[in-house]
Design a protein around this ligand. Structure first.
Ligand SMILES: Cc1cc2nc3c(=O)[nH]c(=O)nc-3n(C[C@H](O)[C@H](O)[C@H](O)COP(=O)(O)OP(=O)(O)OC[C@H]3O[C@@H](n4cnc5c(N)ncnc54)[C@H](O)[C@@H]3O)c2cc1C
Length: 418
């Protein structure tokens, strides 16, 4: 089979599907094809996500990215007819020591400058929105209005449906096994198990599998896959329907409601690095075994603050891979020395929160030459050539481990990034 397109997007996770939707929406791109190797869309990292969308960010570009995504998803159903499943419940950030609380308070003015509605949360507010929290355990808290969460797979499928409405050819069961280049080294298309597709632009949004294709173009992304895990308790009948997202950065934990229970996650201080390049070609996130000991450690930490999380039975374990960089920022933009090849990976466990902006940046960049924001912090070659794979892996593990750290978290200031 031989085919052609203007743009081929490799990977039908939330980033690939948001990109397809945004490029199609410009009306300037011609024929767009999305190729997903699985039989289902958004069945890898995106399916595993907690889907939390938090506005507090340590960099203005990311603050704008999340603001864009929230605004887009809030309007999406009205504008496209497809429901991305957003819940804007707000988020509580709990401080367990004076230093954290001081850092929260110091964030308030900066957040308000970004039009984020934020306040110090007293016990009455906490009891009202999240009655299972034992406030005697807290030094203080802040509440961020307008934060929320999505069912990330539903959001991705909404992007896919809206893209299809705009004429995008979204295909599943299509494994891209290589890239093609013309005599000058410019990108010419992709090969799949069923044939080839010529294209002017190829976008690799293959999540943790991105290096497998990018390296065929001579480019090693400065990122590494890191296991991340969460679990969901059985329903708590006392949980209010509009229970907010709760972040406890001093314990590197977060939680949100799901199916009436608590979906809670933990940034392990010694995270496991996973590299699809060293695993079987068939490796999927569903092959990752539930790290029950780590989930139990997070339950031990959360128990005194939210007793139901420790006492309710676990209904589901959920684990996947996030991709991290040494500096904690996405890897997004043109691949050096390979005209027509683009990459977007290294979601840094905040890829749902930024998913709208990722698609919008790539669409603007490909169709006008300008992403619309200064993305120098994310350009793929910002670390130069990667020569030391071990050092890269360790730096990426450290980024993930220190996600909520007040000391040394590469990009974390005082809020939460998810
Ligand atoms: C436990 C956990 C909790 C998380 N919580 C949050 C959160 O609360 N908030 C947040 O913002 N983010 C969160 N994330 C991160 C979020 O899940 C990711 O940022 C996001 O899903 C990345 O989407 P993606 O499209 O880049 O990758 P993926 O969803 O992995 O999509 C990549 C796709 O490419 C396909 N593919 C790979 N290779 C090929 C090939 N050769 N040919 C064709 N297709 C291919 C794959 O099958 C896959 O479908 C969490 C992640 C985990 C694991």
């Amino acid at each position: 089979m031989k085919d052609n397109a203007d743009i081929v997007i490799v990977g039908g996770g939330i980033w690939g599907l948001s990109t397809a939707y945004h490029v199609a929406r410009t009306g300037k791109a011609g024929r767009i094809v999305v190729l997903e190797r699985n039989d289902e869309l958004a069945d890898e990292t995106t399916r595993q996500a907690a889907g939390q969308i938090g506005q507090l960010r340590s960099h203005p570009v990311m603050a704008r990215a999340v603001g864009y995504t929230l605004d887009l998803l809030t309007r999406f159903k009205d504008e496209t007819g497809h429901d991305p499943g957003i819940r804007t419940t707000g988020s509580l950030h709990l401080a367990l020591n004076e230093r954290r609380m001081a850092a929260f308070e110091a964030q308030i003015d900066a957040a308000r400058a970004h039009n984020i509605d934020i306040e110090v949360a007293d016990d009455a507010l906490i009891h009202r929105v999240a009655p299972s929290i034992d406030t005697s355990q807290l030094t203080g808290a802040i509440f961020v209005h307008g934060d929320g969460y999505v069912d990330a797979r539903q959001t991705a499928l909404a992007f896919a449906a809206a893209a299809r409405d705009l004429g995008v050819d979204v295909r599943t069961g299509q494994h891209v096994n290589g890239l093609t280049f013309d005599a000058d080294g410019r990108t010419a298309g992709v090969t799949t198990d069923e044939g080839s597709i010529d294209a002017n632009h190829v976008v690799i949004t293959a999540g943790p599998w991105t290096p497998l294709l990018a390296e065929a173009a001579g480019f090693t992304p400065p990122s590494h896959g890191i296991r991340l895990q969460q679990a969901r308790t059985a329903p708590d009948p006392a949980m209010p329907d509009d229970h907010p997202v709760v972040r406890i950065p001093d314990h590197s934990c977060y939680l949100r409601p799901e199916h009436g229970g608590y979906l809670f996650g933990y940034f392990d201080p010694e995270p496991t690095a996973l590299d699809p390049r060293g695993l079987s070609a068939d490796f999927r996130t569903s092959d990752i075994a539930p790290p029950i000991d780590i989930v139990e450690e997070s339950r031990r930490l959360l128990g005194p603050i939210m007793p139901p999380v420790a006492s309710l039975p676990i209904d589901e374990y959920r684990q996947g891979m996030v991709t991290c960089t040494p500096d904690g920022w996405y890897v997004l933009g043109p691949v050096p020395n390979r005209g027509g090849l683009w990459v977007a990976t290294a979601c840094a466990a905040m890829g749902i929160a930024g998913s709208g902006a990722v698609g919008n940046w790539l669409a603007q960049w490909m169709t006008t030459g300008d992403p619309g924001d200064d993305l120098s912090m994310m350009v793929p070659d910002r670390f130069g050539t990667i020569n030391d794979a071990d050092a890269l892996r360790e730096a990426c593990r450290q980024t993930c481990a220190s996600y909520y750290s007040l000391d040394g978290g590469a990009t974390y200031s005082v809020g939460a990034r998810t």
